[in-house]
Design a protein around this ligand. Structure first.
Ligand SMILES: Nc1ncnc2c1ncn2[C@@H]1O[C@H](COP(=O)(O)OP(=O)(O)OP(=O)(O)O)[C@@H](O)[C@H]1O
Length: 391
């Protein structure tokens, strides 16, 4: 889709901004370019829409050298979002968003209708924000308008240069989540520049880690964090990369623990026998449709054989709201556990069927397994862990 072939850029003053770059971005892929200030990220991006010309090599879009294409036509196929957003101050939000469409020759009424849809898509109610002017928006809202405007012409390619750089960390995280949701829907081919490794890891299907004008590693977020190609990448991703890794490692079936499972209608003595047989102190409780209801603790042993009652499990079951879909990240698992102050959380499949549970111990094990799997280049389920506790 987008390909850099031995691309170099030397500015007239002799600065070598990009040095022999080879990079390929597949259709629908989001590649983040990350690296310290001045390493050539922006220059790389600006060679795609011909705001800069390479001094060597070629940039190909759908197999065609962009140098052979008329810059204006080319830029209509490429959305461009920058940190300063660059909205027209004297135009309303709706008109700002519709600008490209009217330039493309759409009728004004149609352009405005589409602009309203786009604002909705980026989470801005057009009825509330459409009539405002840019200086009547927060920084995060302006950024969203910038994204809506870049999507207006429905370009196959989006270039995003630190689009969330100017907002505070909380807003930034929200914009990132919204952008991921949006990207899952629109599936653009995206080059995304950031100097924040966390952002790169969170958003990128693949990450290009830049050194001075060159790519030091181009790989999946998990691989960059788990197996940095060299000391430079290792120090750039930081010593807490185990933590960062939490956000890119999905929960897999093999990570789950299997506590005893009982149903609401089961008699308590049956449930207690099952828990004792498995040496468990609690069991997961499912309802008549096999959906998660909650859990039931083993009754305290009063020394006279225990008081488990004769009633059904439903009389003693407690609700449990903390659950996650399979494939959610370990970070989400951890944060759900903290949010509910829960010692375990349930993991459900796409039809809300119960698959197993994660505990702090199994979460830790999943993380270690994923690091070892990358180091040994094998699947996570194949990793044999030496237990730290010896248990
Ligand atoms: N027009 C120019 N003339 C000369 N040198 C330039 C020009 N534009 C950029 N440079 C230099 O090229 C190098 C790469 O700049 P570039 O803007 O691509 O880096 P960057 O990685 O995007 O940095 P930042 O994160 O700070 O935006 C830097 O040393 C910069 O000073």
């Amino acid at each position: 889709m987008l390909r850099f072939e031995h691309v170099s850029k030397r500015y007239p003053d002799g600065t070598m901004a990009v040095d022999d770059l080879d990079l390929e971005v597949a259709a629908g892929e989001l590649v983040t370019l990350v690296g310290p200030s001045g390493c050539g990220k922006t220059t790389t991006m600006r060679m795609v829409n011909r705001l800069e010309e390479p001094t060597e090599g070629r940039v190909l879009l759908d197999g065609r050298d962009v140098a052979d294409q008329d810059p204006v036509t080319l830029r209509r196929r490429i959305g461009y979002v920058i940190q300063q957003v660059g909205l027209f101050p004297h135009k309303t939000v709706l008109d700002n968003t519709a600008t490209v469409l009217t330039l493309l020759g759409r009728r004004r009424s149609e352009a405005r209708r589409r602009a309203a849809e786009l604002l909705d898509l980026v989470g801005l109610d057009p009825a509330v924000f459409g009539g405002r002017y840019p200086d009547q928006l927060s920084g995060g809202q302006r950024q969203r308008v910038g994204v809506a405007r870049a999507l207006a012409a429905d370009p196959p390619v989006l270039l995003m240069d630190e689009p969330f750089g100017a907002v505070d960390p909380v807003v930034r995280e929200r914009l990132q989540s919204e952008f991921l949701r949006l990207q899952a829907e629109v599936r653009k081919t995206v080059l995304f520049v950031t100097h924040d490794i966390e952002e790169a890891v969170r958003l990128g299907d693949r990450i290009a880690v830049y050194g001075q004008g060159r790519i030091e590693q181009f790989d999946s977020p998990a691989a960059v964090l788990g197996a940095p190609a060299n000391d430079y990448v290792a120090s750039f991703v930081g010593s807490d990369r185990g933590l960062k890794r939490l956000s890119v490692t999905p929960v897999e079936k093999g990570d789950l623990e299997q506590p005893p499972v009982v149903h609401l209608a089961d008699p308590m003595p049956v449930a207690v026998r099952r828990m004792r047989a498995e040496g468990a102190r609690w069991a997961v409780v499912l309802d008549e449709n096999d959906l998660l209801h909650g859990w039931v603790p083993i009754p305290a042993d009063d020394g006279r054989g225990g008081d488990e009652g004769d009633g059904p499990v439903s009389a003693r079951a407690r609700r449990m709201e903390a659950w996650l879909p399979l494939g959610a990240s370990l970070k989400q698992a951890f944060s759900t556990m903290l949010q509910y102050d829960a010692g375990w959380i349930a993991v459900l499949d796409g039809d809300d069927r119960f698959l197993g549970v994660l505990t702090p111990a199994s979460l830790h094990e999943a993380l270690r397994r994923s690091i070892d799997a990358d180091a040994q280049d094998i699947a996570r389920a194949e990793v044999a862990l030496e237990s730290v506790t010896g248990a």
